[in-house]
Design a protein around this ligand. Structure first.
Ligand code: ZN
Length: 361
């Protein structure tokens, strides 16, 4: 167990770089979607005026067939579809770029991360050997796979946003007595659906960039199985953002996993990292006494939080169960399969925890 403070520092730097790529992609995408709506807004303003004037004159919301006859509405929809197609393609490109940067940064950092766990005299050599095992051709394969995964996520984006806007128009809003207010609410409904596309795009950017890092990291570790005995799930359990870490990630912290196991399989927007765990020095033929590892102890880190922070992490009920010893940390996460994404560990619902606690009585 020689994950040193230097190892943690290198992992944090790598994770920060990857987070930066994700943040840049999110910022970039947000700006693109905002600018696109600004361009569409005048067209929609006009379309909504026509639509609401019709509704006021007829005392009811138009049917889909009647909507289809309103030129300005159809024009706005056509412009929006075109814009959404462009945004969809831009989203794919932006996320693929961010993921590519994450893969490159991970591949560049892992040799140092692994070497940092060895005595100083062995580091240079190890770094070079580890780097040699990380093959450019394998990184290309990962890039291709990641691009396919991103494309699969972004492909339905524009069509889904378009359909959501159409559904909103067909459903309509309460007419009320004030046409200006009706128009405002109609426009807000359309804009809301449009921005739903942006929210999804940025979520994909964050999630896929981080997953590209995890995939590259897993590969780098697996390719160096001769010096590694597994990987450690590291959650954010120290520092000022520790109280924002969810119960599942707190529970997974410091757990050791097989090199072949994907992960850390945390939830969307998860902040957890995968630390390679070098074999004991003596198993590598290094006859030196190994220092203790520096991975923060979960219980000690949790005990260091104030009562208020502990409650913020677990909630009152979970905290009471844990303190009473009626549940264990390992009860807190549950693996969820997700047909549209990968499996992930999420906090086990309180009802299920109560059942577990009752069964142990
Ligand atoms: Zn979490």
């Amino acid at each position: 167990m020689a994950v040193t403070s230097r190892t943690l520092q290198l992992i944090r730097a790598m994770r920060a770089a990857v987070g930066g790529f994700a943040d840049n992609a999110v910022r970039d995408l947000t700006a693109q979607w905002v600018a696109a709506w600004d361009r569409l807004a005048p067209t929609w303003l006009q379309a909504v005026d026509v639509l609401v004037a019709w509704a006021v004159a007829h005392g009811r919301w138009p049917t889909p067939v009647e909507l289809a006859r309103m030129g300005p509405v159809q024009q706005a929809l056509a412009d929006t579809d075109e814009t959404l197609d462009t945004l969809g393609a831009a989203t794919t490109a932006t996320v693929v770029t961010a993921a590519g940067l994450a893969i490159a940064a991970t591949a560049a950092a892992e040799p140092d991360v692994i070497a940092s766990q060895l005595p100083a005299a062995y580091r240079q050599n190890t770094r070079e050997r580890v780097a040699e095992q990380i093959l450019p051709s394998a990184l290309d394969v990962i890039r291709t796979r990641v691009t396919q995964a991103i494309t699969a996520q972004t492909r339905p984006l524009s069509a889904d946003a378009s359909a959501a806007i159409r559904r909103e128009l067909v459903r309509g809003v309460e007419l009320g007595t004030n046409p200006t207010e009706t128009a405002r609410r109609t426009l807000a409904a359309v804009q809301g659906r449009f921005e739903g596309g942006a929210a999804r795009a940025t979520n994909i950017a964050r999630t896929e960039t981080l997953d590209a890092y995890r995939t590259a990291s897993r590969y780098a570790h697996d390719a160096n199985a001769d010096v590694l005995e597994g990987w450690v799930w590291l959650a954010t359990v120290t520092g000022k953002s520790a109280p924002r870490t969810c119960p599942s990630c707190w529970a997974m912290h410091a757990t050791v996993h097989d090199l072949t196991e994907a992960g850390p399989l945390d939830h969307q927007s998860g902040r957890c990292v995968r630390a390679p765990k070098v074999k004991p020095w003596r198993a590598l033929g290094i006859n030196l006494n190994e220092p203790a590892g520096s991975i923060p102890d979960r219980q000690a880190a949790f005990d260091a939080l104030t009562d208020q922070q502990q409650t913020a992490v677990l909630g009152t009920a979970r905290l009471a169960l844990l303190r009473a010893g009626r549940i264990d940390w390992s009860d807190l996460p549950v693996r969820r399969d997700n047909p549209a994404w990968r499996p992930s560990y999420v906090p086990r619902p309180l009802g299920d925890l109560n059942r577990i606690a009752d069964q142990r009585r």
